[in-house]
Every structure is written in structure tokens, then in C-alpha cells.
Write a protein that binds this ligand. Structure first.
Ligand code: TPP
Length: 596
């Protein structure tokens, strides 16, 4: 069961209930929402800081506007918890981000109040503009289309493209800039400096044209985004002004919870914490556990960069999450946070590589989807020496369908000139990183998951791998299992368990998806008539498909069973639950073998 809502909040199921409250009760409601959010997320982790900062925005918007008739889109959507609580999901909120529960992001399929699904940044303006144009074409000129967008997301390329497009429309569009001055890590770039400047100088500047006015938006603000009464009044005034308009609100990430205001990066998504003191609760303990892939990546990059002065680090807005912050701290001139700008990050890397540098461009797998063409057109086509490190490869767990790194193996395998690999453990990650920066390595893709692998001797000196060679993990005679990446550790558990049933399964870690180890595959197909492929990625186009193509091309007869993410979107849950659902956890692999 979840937290018990306060007196006012307990009476509000939907915005219609909220509208009945007198204005002087709104501040108290905001406090109750914060208390509720803190209590809920302290036991069931989620995106705390951004949602605490957007409580008044959510209350004011639903108080003033006529949702769901008026369309409301939350950019990224991790800040929309108050919105969820006010739109029919208060009593379900304790299931937030859990298996079978509500999503941590807005979803059209979950509620009519979620006008558009989000999760990736900088999409809300384009979607709201599209809706506004549709309303106008359908003869509805009253409906308002609202995008709430953070200062970091607004600097994303797509949001800028939408501003440019919206400014020449008469769209009934209201952009609410939720400016808390921070991304997950400190916000970066010239635009954030500009926002800070207009916030300080607004009374002077207001007589002159500002950035938004130059884009034909009517600009209002800046206003205190936590002054609920003032917000409500400003929104009422703006409501009937035609055309594109922007309300600049100043908010505090983590508002109302001391620790979250003080340590905004940590409390963006803090995990479990004490709801009174804010202290983090570490369930894992500290000794005897393997390091995170991220930590090994960050430390190894610095080690390599000390040996090879051509190496450069690049992250699009995820320095802490990817551990690029280690290099940024040690070598500030050689590591760059370029903001929420995946496309730019890739072509920026291409430019560096064209001048002889060796960029390690670390991008979360699902965010890399944005930069597919840049990888083809700017990097692979020109055979540039860029190392793409795909963090969060595979099912990521609680963030759900918008964030799973499900498609990378498949979409990259189709691109010529790429070397694609995935380490089974942290030791292998280091060897892959070492191999990738050697002269002539070309464009390299190294894919690894969130979190910890298994205990290995990962601190030993790195060694060069033979590109395109797999590893035999264990001998067997009845069946062969071929895996890629850390999901191979589930295969190891399954093969051990199969032994107790008298089944002898051989296990091969293919390591390189491209070029694939054809010699090894020939050996496997000659020796076995039953072969299973296992990957933590979509079943269409990845390892299983590569082996099926190899089988067809070489006219082998063996039975091939492919395990991977099925051809549908997988929702949220723990990684173990999702692996189970997809049938490639140790138990699923074991069951598959027994069923043959
Ligand atoms: C395309 C994409 N890249 C990166 C992210 C990861 N990400 C989630 S929230 C966030 C920061 C957003 O900052 P801002 O827009 O200022 O909103 P705030 O969290 O401060 O409210 C980032 C980088 C993402 N969701 N989508």
C-alpha cells in the first residue's frame, strides 16, 4: 500500500475536483502533494527532484486549463508525478515504475490526461505544435496546447527546430519553460547562460527583443514557478492570447525537500531514502560486489587517455550516469558534456576524428536512436576512428519502454564499416576499450548494460583482443548456446543447472556481432544439430538473425532457436522480471533447452 494522502489531496481524484478548491487552499494542496511524493518515492524509487520542482506548475495548469480537452505535454515526463497524482492515479502511484504498475512517464495508453507519451527529451514542442495545427484544421480554435519543458531539454535540437517552425504559425501553443537551471548534472552551453542573464536582467531587457520574441513567440516572465497564486493569475491572463507564447517560470529542482535541493544531481533519481532526513539507503552493501560497468568505463577511459593523448571523451548530458564525469574532472580539456544533443555529439566526434583525434562518444543505447543517420553519414561512411560506447544496452528495468536499449545491435549491424562488440563482464569491457583505441581500429561500437556484472579480475592490465573472435565458455555435446554480452552469465547459470538433468550444453560467447566469428560458427554448426542464440536485444536483426543468415547462406540444417526481446514494446519492471517475461533469464534458457 502507498502513502496516505493529506486532507485536501484525498478529495482530489481528477482536475474537476481540483477546480472546486478556493485559491487559498492551493498552497496547502501543493504541500500535501510534496509530502505524498516524498513518502511514495522514499519506498518506491523514482524521479524525485524534477517532480518536486513541478508541483505548482501541475496544480496551476490543471486548475486554470480545461484538461484533457486542452492538451498538456510534459517534456521528458519524469517531472510529471504531480500531474499523474491529480489525474486519476493517486491511489495507483505506489505501483509507479513497477512490473504491471503505472509508467514513470506520461503515456497516452495510460490516461486521457497524458496527451502525448514522453521519456526522451525535447519532443514536446513538436508534438504540441502538431496538435495545435490539427485543432485549427479541424476548426477548433479554442483548444490550448501546452508544452512544459525544462531549460536543458529546450536547448535540445528538436525543440529548437520546433520553435523555429512554431514561430511562423498562428498555433494556439503555450510553452511553459520550467527553468531550474540544472539538467541531471549542471546544465551546459550558451543557452543556459542566456536564460540566467534574462532572469537577472529581465526588467531592463523586457523593452528589447529577446530570443523567444525573435522567434515570434510572445514572452512572459520570468515568474516564480512556486508562487501558486501568481502562477494561476498569469496563466489566466495568457490563456486567451492567440498565437505561440512562452511563459518563463523559475523553479527549484527538489523544491521542499532539503537534501534534494542541496544535492540536485543525486536526488534527480535517488533510489531508496529516508523520508525524514533524506539519507540514501544503500541496500547493496559495499564489499564483495563487482563494480558497475559504468565505473569501469569511466576509470578505464582515464587510464587509456593518459597513455594515448588523442583520446577525447564526449557525453550528451549524462556525465554522472555514464561516469564520463571521472574524465571531465581529471582532464577537463579533453572531455565534453555537449548537452542533450545526441546527433551533435556524434558529428562532433566525427569532426574530431577527421582531425586525428580518437573520441570515445558515450551515449545511452536508447538515446543513440536519435543519431542513427549521423553514425552512418558522418562516421561510418567516412571510416572515421570513433569509439561509440553504448551504455544502458538491453532491458533497463524501471524506466520502461522509452528507455530500453533494445534495438542497438539490430540497427547497427546493418551499417557497413562498423565493428560491434559487447563484453560479457567488466574485464572484457576494458579489453574492448583498449582494442578500440589502437591505430586502425576504425569505427567501434561497444555495448554494455546498466549496473553490475559478475566478479572478475578487472583491474589487471588490458590486452588486445582479436577483432571478430568469440570465446568458448564451456564444452558440451548435446546442444550449443551462443550468447552476446552479459546475458551470457544467465547462460552460464542455465548450463550448470542443465548438468543436473544430465544435459550437456556447450556455451559460446560470440563477443563480436560484427565481424562475426564465422570459423567458430562453422565449428558449431558442424558439431551440433540444436543451437540456441541468446541476446538482451530485439529478436529482429541482432545476433539470432545474424546466425540465421549464416545458417541459410551456408545451407546448414541444424535447428536454431532464437531468444531475445520479442517484437513488441516491453514495459517497466525489474530487469529480472523483464528477462523472465522475454524468456532469456537463466530459468527461461533452461526451460527452452528442456523443451527441445
Ligand atoms: C534524448 C534524451 N537524452 C537524454 C535524456 C536523459 N535526461 C533525462 S532528464 C534530463 C535532464 C533534463 O533537464 P531539464 O530539461 O532541465 O529538466 P529538469 O529535469 O531539470 O526538470 C536528461 C539529460 C533523455 N531523457 N532524452
Amino acid at each position: 500500500m502507498g502513502a496516505i494522502p493529506g486532507k485536501i489531496l484525498s478529495q482530489i481524484d481528477y482536475p474537476a475536483d481540483l477546480k472546486k478548491l478556493p485559491e487559498d487552499q492551493l498552497a496547502l494542496l501543493c504541500k500535501e502533494i510534496r509530502d505524498f511524493l516524498i513518502e511514495e518515492t522514499s519506498q518506491n524509487p523514482g524521479h524525485l527532484g524534477s517532480s518536486l520542482g513541478a508541483v505548482e506548475l501541475a496544480v496551476a495548469i490543471h486548475y486554470v486549463f480545461d484538461t484533457p480537452y486542452d492538451k498538456l505535454i510534459w517534456d521528458v515526463g519524469h517531472e510529471a508525478y504531480a500531474h499523474k497524482i491529480l489525474t486519476g492515479r493517486r491511489d495507483l502511484f505506489h505501483t509507479n515504475r513497477t512490473y504491471g504498475g503505472i509508467s514513470g512517464f506520461p503515456k497516452m495508453s495510460e490516461s486521457e490526461y497524458d496527451a502525448f507519451g514522453t521519456g526522451h527529451a525535447s519532443t514536446s514542442l513538436s508534438a504540441a505544435l502538431g496538435m495545435a495545427v490539427a485543432s485549427a484544421l479541424q476548426g477548433d480554435h479554442d483548444r490550448m496546447h501546452i508544452s512544459v519543458i525544462g531549460d536543458a531539454a529546450l536547448a535540445g535540437g528538436m525543440a529548437m527546430e520546433a520553435l523555429n517552425n512554431a514561430g511562423v504559425s498562428k498555433a494556439n501553443l503555450l510553452v511553459i519553460l520550467n527553468d531550474n537551471g540544472i539538467s541531471i548534472d549542471p546544465n551546459v552551453g550558451a543557452f543556459k547562460d542566456y536564460l540566467a542573464r534574462i532572469t537577472q536582467e529581465q526588467p531592463v531587457l523586457h523593452t528589447r527583443s529577446n530570443f523567444f520574441e525573435a522567434f515570434n513567440f510572445q514572452y512572459f516572465g520570468p515568474v516564480d514557478g512556486h508562487d501558486i497564486i501568481y502562477l494561476v493569475r498569469r496563466l489566466r491572463e495568457i490563456r486567451y492570447i492567440p498565437g505561440p507564447k512562452l511563459l518563463h517560470t523559475i523553479t527549484t529542482k527538489g523544491k521542499g525537500f532539503k537534501k534534494a535541493e542541496e544535492e540536485q544531481t543525486i536526488y534527480h533519481a535517488p533510489g531508496l531514502f529516508n523520508k525524514i532526513t533524506g539519507e540514501l539507503i544503500n541496500k547493496e552493501g559495499s564489499s564483495g560486489i563487482p563494480p558497475k560497468f559504468q565505473e569501469v568505463f569511466g576509470r578505464t577511459l582515464v587510464e587509456l587517455a593518459k597513455m594515448n593523448d588523442k583520446i577525447i571523451g564526449i557525453t550528451p548530458a549524462m556525465p554522472t550516469g555514464s561516469s564520463m564525469n571521472i574524465m571531465m574532472a581529471e582532464m577537463p580539456n579533453r572531455a565534453f558534456d555537449v548537452g542533450i544533443a545526441e546527433q551533435h555529439a556524434v558529428t562532433f566526434a566525427a569532426g574530431l576524428a577527421a582531425q586525428g583525434m580518437i573520441p570515445f562518444c558515450n551515449i545511452y543505447s536508447s538515446f543513440m536512436q536519435r543519431a542513427f543517420d549521423q553514425v552512418i553519414h558522418d562516421v561510418a561512411l567516412q571510416k572515421l576512428h570513433v569509439v561509440f560506447c553504448l551504455d544502458r544496452g538491453g532491458l533497463v528495468g524501471e524506466d520502461g519502454s522509452t528507455h530500453h536499449g533494445a534495438y542497438d545491435l539490430a540497427y547497427f549491424r546493418s551499417i557497413p564499416n562498423l565493428t560491434i562488440c559487447s563484453p560479457i563482464n567488466e574485464e572484457d569491457l576494458r579489453n574492448m576499450m583498449y582494442t578500440a583505441q589502437l591505430p586502425g581500429a576504425g569505427t567501434f561500437v561497444i555495448r554494455y548494460p546498466k549496473g553490475r556484472g559478475v566478479m572478475t579480475d578487472w583491474q589487471r592490465p588490458m590486452e588486445k583482443l582479436n577483432v571478430g573472435t568469440g570465446n568458448k565458455i564451456s564444452e558440451g555435446s548435446d546442444i550449443a548456446i551462443v550468447s552476446i554480452g552479459p546475458i551470457g552469465n544467465e547462460v552460464i547459470q542455465a548450463t550448470e543447472k542443465l548438468k543436473t538433468k544430465g544435459i550437456s550444453a556447450a556455451h559460446y560467447d560470440i563477443r563480436f556481432l560484427k565481424p562475426i566469428d564465422e570459423n567458430l560458427l562453422h565449428d558449431i554448426f558442424r558439431k551440433f544439430d540444436k543451437i540456441i542464440s541468446v541476446e538482451d536485444g530485439t529478436i529482429i536483426g541482432g545476433l539470432g538473425s545474424a546466425i540465421a543468415e549464416f545458417k541459410a547462406d551456408n545451407h546448414y540444417e541444424a535447428q536454431l532457436i532464437r531468444l531475445g526481446i520479442p517484437d513488441r514494446f516491453i514495459e517497466q519492471g525489474s530487469v529480472g522480471e523483464l528477462w523472465r517475461e522475454c524468456g532469456f533469464d537463466a530459468g527461461g534458457i533452461y526451460d527452452t533447452v528442456l523443451s527441445l
